[in-house]
Design a protein around this ligand. Structure first.
Ligand SMILES: NC(=O)c1ccc[n+]([C@@H]2O[C@H](COP(=O)([O-])OP(=O)(O)OC[C@H]3O[C@@H](n4cnc5c(N)ncnc54)[C@H](OP(=O)(O)O)[C@@H]3O)[C@@H](O)[C@H]2O)c1
Length: 280
């Protein structure tokens, strides 16, 4: 009897002490790679992505690596205006959210007036409106507890006017500016809540290229600022734990970031045009 009580107590303690991370877009790309790192460190994981089939396939994949992983999923189109509130209400069933990772996002490639309008509007809604709403909703609880971390995925694109991806780059500039300002705001209030912005260059082998219609776009093959999803996830995760304001992931993009700072803009701009062209 006493032994059973001790086991129950241990289970209860591990339940209340377990940390929870909510990752949008966790079922693929860098969201998935980051999930592997959170799982390794004993987090309970909540995933929100769009198609239920992909979520369940990704869940099978990650539980094959971490069989004891406590993971729950929600299939939701986050580009809908009401989605963030619905996710927040669903997440409340699991208690406090220690870390929020806003990774869901996509791009749109093509001439400004020729990309599908509906796609661009959904992209603006997901990359900007949903990320803003999610950050705001979860931040309120984190500020009340004076504890918690938010990771927002921006992009190297946030620094450059990208020909053929003008709107995508602009959405990522919004993410970086909003998140960096919020970081300073929280710091000035001596808050222990932390917000970290991640800026990756081109990431190879995620669903991004196809979803953005960026197949054969030079920036993915030129290797000037590319990195693997594993490299990006590792840098992002370590940056989050270190409490950084901003993380430029992958050594190639870090190098590029500094080189472009001292390069005249007419050179950078002509390089950008070349990098954003299709090779075939
Ligand atoms: N790949 C790059 O070169 C690159 C570079 C810099 C920044 N980023 C950013 O990194 C983030 C992750 O991209 P990734 O490369 O890992 O691409 P990815 O493999 O396509 O992952 C994107 C995730 O977002 C989810 N998603 C897309 N639309 C959604 C919607 N309407 N509702 C809910 N979930 C949705 C996708 O879920 P489903 O597949 O289930 O729809 C997927 O899980 C994005 O914000 C992207 O902008 C990517």
């Amino acid at each position: 009897m006493i032994q059973e009580c001790i086991i129950c107590l241990q289970l209860y303690l591990s339940y209340i002490m377990e940390k929870t991370v909510l990752i949008t877009g966790g079922s693929s790309g860098i969201g998935y790679e980051m999930s592997l790192l959170f799982a390794r460190d004993g987090y309970r994981i909540l995933w929100v992505s769009k198609p239920p089939e992909e979520l369940s396939m990704a869940k099978q994949k990650i539980t094959a690596v971490y069989p004891d992983l406590n993971i729950s999923t929600l299939a939701k189109d986050l580009s809908r205006i009401s989605a963030a509130k619905e996710v927040y209400e669903w997440a409340a069933e699991f208690g406090k959210i220690d870390v929020l990772v806003n990774s869901a996002g996509f791009g749109s490639y093509g001439k400004f007036t020729e990309t599908p309008l509906e796609k661009d509007l959904a992209m603006i809604s997901l990359n900007i409106t949903n990320l803003y709403q999610m950050t705001r909703l979860f931040l309120v609880d984190m500020e009340k507890r004076n504890d918690g971390k938010i990771m927002n995925i921006s992009s190297s694109a946030s620094y450059f006017p990208l020909p053929n991806a003008a709107v995508y780059a602009a959405t990522k500039a919004f993410v970086r500016h909003m998140s960096n300002a919020l970081h300073l705001e929280l710091k000035s209030r001596n808050s222990k809540v932390q917000i970290t912005t991640i800026c990756p260059g081109a990431i190879l082998n995620t669903g991004f290229q196809e979803a953005a219609n960026m197949q054969n776009v030079r920036t993915f093959s030129s290797g000037l600022a590319s990195a693997t999803p594993q490299e990006v996830a590792k840098d992002a995760y370590n940056g989050l734990l270190a409490g950084k304001k901003i993380v430029h992931t992958g050594w190639k993009f870090r190098l590029n970031y500094w080189v472009t700072k001292i390069t005249p803009s007419f050179i950078t701009n002509s390089l950008l045009v070349r990098e954003m062209e299709r090779t075939s």
